[in-house]
Ligand binder design. Structure first.
Ligand code: NAD
Length: 261
């Protein structure tokens, strides 16, 4: 359990990739603060399971990642109740699929706030604590869409390219403080986020559900397989190791070869 004594804060971790990060970190002994929306009883049960796995505490914050004050308060609460945070994963994200000319203005603002600006607010609150501790790991879940584009995902592609730039900047600013900042860029991971965009993609492209999965999503990945949340979490664990101390400012693709094509 190489993370015993460390605290991790993972945004957007009541589901999908974020939950896989939280479980992997807890399994290595980290105290974890999870964040996100969902059923209160299910979240409480997940915290209990995380605490049992780590042998220490696990708590939940319902902070809305589109609210900068709530993000700062979440980091303070994490520090006060669990210590740290030593590891911060900016992961919360949403998607909306529509052509630019029809893209709802509120969706644009929401995606930029949740998928991009929240990472800035998170870093702004956590970096001083990590600098004081002289150790830190910041990871952002970017996306293959931080490296390449797809039609009808203007806000998402913009936010993900932005987060890749933000992570590189943060890596340079923290390089002499024992802190690393990296992005993980998955291709398609089978999670509720991907499942939810299928109806909109069917509408935007005039396709059936099976056509979206087999003709739009999977052909992007030469392996023709979805990435799993557990594979993404395993890479994050590596980035938390002392052996990864010289890995900073990197953007790791895990996309079945998508961005190699
Ligand atoms: P998901 O929908 O399964 O989980 C999203 C999480 O974010 C949930 O816990 C949800 O409650 C939380 N969330 C949403 N809005 C929030 C808000 N305003 N404040 C706080 N929490 C909020 O999605 P996922 O597929 O696990 O995606 C996680 C991250 O991975 C996102 O940044 C996404 O862009 C990225 N990503 C996903 C894929 C994929 O194929 N699934 C690929 C590349 C990158």
């Amino acid at each position: 359990m190489f993370l015993t004594g460390k605290t991790a804060l993972v945004t957007g971790s009541t589901s999908g990739i974020g939950l896989a990060y939280a479980r992997a970190l807890a399994a290595e002994g980290a105290a974890v603060m999870i964040n996100g929306f969902g059923d209160a009883a299910e979240i409480a049960a997940e915290c209990a399971a995380l605490a049992a796995a780590s042998g220490t505490d696990a708590i939940h914050s319902d902070a809305d990642m589109s609210d900068p004050a709530a993000i700062a308060a979440m980091v303070r609460t994490c520090h006060d109740r669990l210590g740290g945070p030593d590891i911060v994963i900016a992961n919360a994200g949403i998607q909306h699929v529509a052509p630019i000319e029809d893209f709802p203005l509120d969706k644009w603002d929401q995606i930029i706030a949740i998928n991009l600006s929240s990472a800035f607010h998170l870093m702004r609150a956590a970096i001083p604590l990590m600098k004081a501790a002289k150790w830190g790991r910041i990871i952002a879940t970017a996306s293959a869409h931080s490296l390449t584009a797809s039609p009808f995902k203007s806000a998402y592609v913009t936010a993900k390219h932005g987060i890749a730039g933000l992570a590189k900047t943060a890596a340079l600013e923290t390089a002499t403080f024992g802190i690393t900042v990296n992005c993980i860029s998955p291709g398609y991971v089978w999670t509720p986020l991907v499942e939810r965009q299928i109806p909109d993609t069917m509408k935007a492209r005039g396709l059936t559900r099976d056509q979206v999965i087999n003709d739009v999503l999977l052909p992007a990945q030469p392996t023709r397989q979805f990435v799993t949340p557990e594979q993404v979490a395993a890479l994050a664990l590596f980035l938390c190791r002392d052996e990864a101390a010289q890995v900073t400012g990197a953007n790791y693709a895990m996309d079945g070869g998508w961005t190699a094509a």
